[in-house]
Design a protein around this ligand. Structure first.
Ligand SMILES: Cc1ncc(COP(=O)(O)O)c(N)n1
Length: 445
């Protein structure tokens, strides 16, 4: 196996949220090999930095040179570079495209880059791209950066004054409804927007953004695409920021990778369910006129939208003579009724990862009760008119409003043009198969 090698130069965060460990997690998660050179050992947790031991610059030089002697380093990234001597080492030793994250202050206000003049003299000339937030851009230029227009001005000034080929002035600290990062390449200003996320666990986001750019460059993406992808990785990491410790928890860059692994598990589960359907002789008795479908999600804690829920693209179809065919492929993000209903349930209560719609029959409702499920009937006539496509979320809101929870079985007797239906959700696909097995055994009697 070969992978591009990317070097992270910066501090060690004992809390695992920022600095070189965070960089290496990011790099590994996007498929490059991360190596590191440490500038400082910080004693740090989510409440802040308690102590810093600065690594001798000769050690830093040895770390970088030792790596370069043996590896072809495709790109690199700097974070906390403490003093002028360390800056000079980076200037002299680095010979690869470099993403410079000017972490002048940590989240708790600790100064991480002590010598700003040395930073300008030694690090900026080595930067392929620099990624200041609005505050850092302001400090570098001696101006206030408070609006999108300021970000654009600052990106151009940094490019001109320090001859940095690419400048990204990040919008996280700018007061606006969207978070807009401004990328300037000497010709064009590119604005990259993302919604502002409510998450407060954002420790390490600067490290994540910069190392993602370095990783994407190493994978061969052009700068604009590398920055765009880095922004999306950073956004995802904030979305899943960790609630650990009493302070500002770390953003989690591993989640996108974990979600891909979970989706592979969901695909496998769907295959097992399809085999189950084909094995069960009486399954056709459960399939309504409009056919069935099974919706199955990744761990509900990680679900952010319909793209995290799989259904059978061709549904579960009752054919002639009691034959049932499962309509592959399995697809994520296809807005079927079952996927939308499961998503609404997860959004409302945070549990439930599997849902099926089956034929309405009072006998089936009774049997589901006997299995031990709570049942609720919904009267479709109560649904406000003219809200095409909202029925599933209406059902969930309506049930939750009256009961304060969502029972596992929700059924309705239909109305003109709407077939009566039973919907069953469970906390796992195993529970779904067990319950359907019990149901089919009873129906078959
Ligand atoms: C070793 C090290 N490097 C960088 C940061 C900045 O991260 P943040 O701004 O989230 O505190 C940090 N706290 N520690």
């Amino acid at each position: 196996m070969k992978k591009p090698v990317v070097m992270a130069i910066g501090g060690f965060d004992s809390g695992g949220g920022a600095g070189v460990e965070s960089d290496i997690k990011v790099l590994e998660s996007i498929g490059v090999h991360g190596v590191g050179a440490i500038t400082a050992v910080t004693a740090q947790n989510t409440l802040g930095i308690k102590h810093v031991t600065v690594v001798d610059h000769n050690s830093l030089r040895k770390q970088i040179e030792t790596l370069l002697e043996d590896f072809k380093v495709s790109s690199g990234k700097t974070g906390m570079i403490v003093n002028g001597e360390q800056m000079k080492v980076v200037f002299e030793a680095v010979n690869f495209p470099l993403v410079v994250d000017p972490v002048i202050y940590a989240k708790d206000g600790t100064k991480l880059i002590e010598d700003l003049e040395a930073f300008k003299k030694f690090l900026l000339p080595r930067a392929t791209v620099i990624t200041p937030n609005a505050v850092e851009a302001g400090i570098l230029l001696g101006m206030k950066v408070e609006t999108l227009q300021d970000q654009i001005t600052a990106s151009k000034l940094i490019h001109e004054r320090f001859s940095v080929p690419y400048v990204v002035v990040k919008g996280g600290h700018v007061k606006s409804s969207e978070s807009v990062d401004v990328l300037y390449d000497g010709k064009e200003v590119i604005q990259l927007s993302s919604p502002r996320l409510p998450g407060r666990n954002t420790h390490g986001t600067g490290s994540i953004f910069a190392s993602s750019i370095a990783g994407m460059l190493a994978k061969g993406f052009p700068m604009k695409e590398a920055v765009r992808r880095a922004k999306s990785i950073t956004e995802e990491s904030i979305r899943y920021g960790l609630e650990i410790g009493r302070g500002i928890g770390p953003a989690d860059p591993m989640v996108p990778l974990e979600k891909i692994a979970m989706k592979a598990g969901v695909m496998k589960d769907m295959e097992i369910f399809a085999e189950f359907v084909e094995r069960e002789k009486n399954f056709y008795l459960l399939v309504p006129e409009v056919q069935s479908n099974l919706a199955h999600s990744i761990d509900p804690k990680y679900v952010t939208g319909i793209e995290d829920i799989a259904t059978f693209r061709g549904r579960i179809i009752r054919e002639w003579g009691g034959r049932v065919r499962v309509g592959f492929p399995v697809a994520f993000g296809y807005p079927t009724h079952t996927a939308r209903l499961l998503l609404s349930i997860i959004n409302k209560q945070g549990v439930g990862d599997t849902l099926i719609n089956i034929r309405y029959d009072p006998k089936i409702v009774e049997l589901l009760k006997r299995i031990g499920y709570e049942v609720v009937e919904v009267h479709r006539e109560l649904e406000p008119q003219g809200q095409e496509g909202k029925t599933m979320s209406w059902i969930v809101d309506h049930v939750y409003e009256s009961l304060g929870k969502i029972p596992n079985v929700i059924f309705d007797r239909g109305m003109i043009g709407k077939e009566a239906m039973i919907r069953l959700w469970t906390s796992s696909i195993e529970e779904m198969m067990e319950s359907l097995t019990s149901l089919l055994r009873e129906i078959g009697k």
